[in-house]
Design a protein around this ligand. Structure first.
Ligand code: PNS
Length: 164
């Protein structure tokens, strides 16, 4: 059984992530999407909310599991007997950052965790969770960026924020 992990913040999941998820799910027997619980950041959605959103957004793909992790990816991967991490590459600007993480993980894990990159489909190459949040925070249209139910949840966060 070939299993891989797709780690990330997914705050929120975008069509770019979902494109990588769908394509990786066709390569591996099981794809574990794991949300990083990063205590140094203040996310828009809690880890629990992001896990729930990812489960809903991927409910039609049978070989997906959604989970979360804290700490180092190499420790999480080892605990779960996973040897491949999947990441999406949108543009050359992602490359340096991703290369550094991939090489660090390979070195720290003594070669037990490798990284496989999927190049994001061109139609999603411009997408990022940060820009989706910025557009939504000013009431812009994010219907091309995230599924409708995710867009609603994002707008709701900013509506609640504005009332507080
Ligand atoms: O969606 P993101 O925020 O670009 O994902 C980054 C992520 C989660 C893949 C990366 O930050 C990560 O794996 N963090 C866990 C901590 C870790 O293992 N760091 C070592 C690599 S430098």
């Amino acid at each position: 059984m070939k299993r891989a992990v797709y780690p990330g913040s997914f705050d929120p999941v975008t069509y770019g992530h979902l494109d990588v998820i769908r394509r990786a799910s066709e390569i591996f027997d099981v794809l574990v999407i794991s949300v990083l619980n990063n205590k140094t950041k203040t996310p828009l959605f809690s880890v629990e909310e992001r896990v729930k959103i990812l489960k809903e957004a991927t409910k039609d793909i049978p070989n997906i599991q959604v989970d979360s992790f804290s700490g180092l990816l190499i420790h999480y991967a080892a605990e779960n007997h996973i040897h491949v991490a999947v990441r999406g590459l949108r543009a050359i600007t992602d490359f340096e950052y991703e290369l550094q993480i991939a090489q660090t993980n390979r070195k720290l894990s003594d070669g037990r965790l490798d990284t496989m990159f999927l190049t994001t489909s061109l139609e999603y190459a411009y997408l990022s969770s940060s820009s989706v949040k910025e557009i939504a925070s000013f009431g812009g249209d994010i219907s091309q960026c995230v599924p409708d139910f995710v867009a609603e949840l994002i707008y709701e966060k900013y509506r609640v924020g504005a009332r507080e």
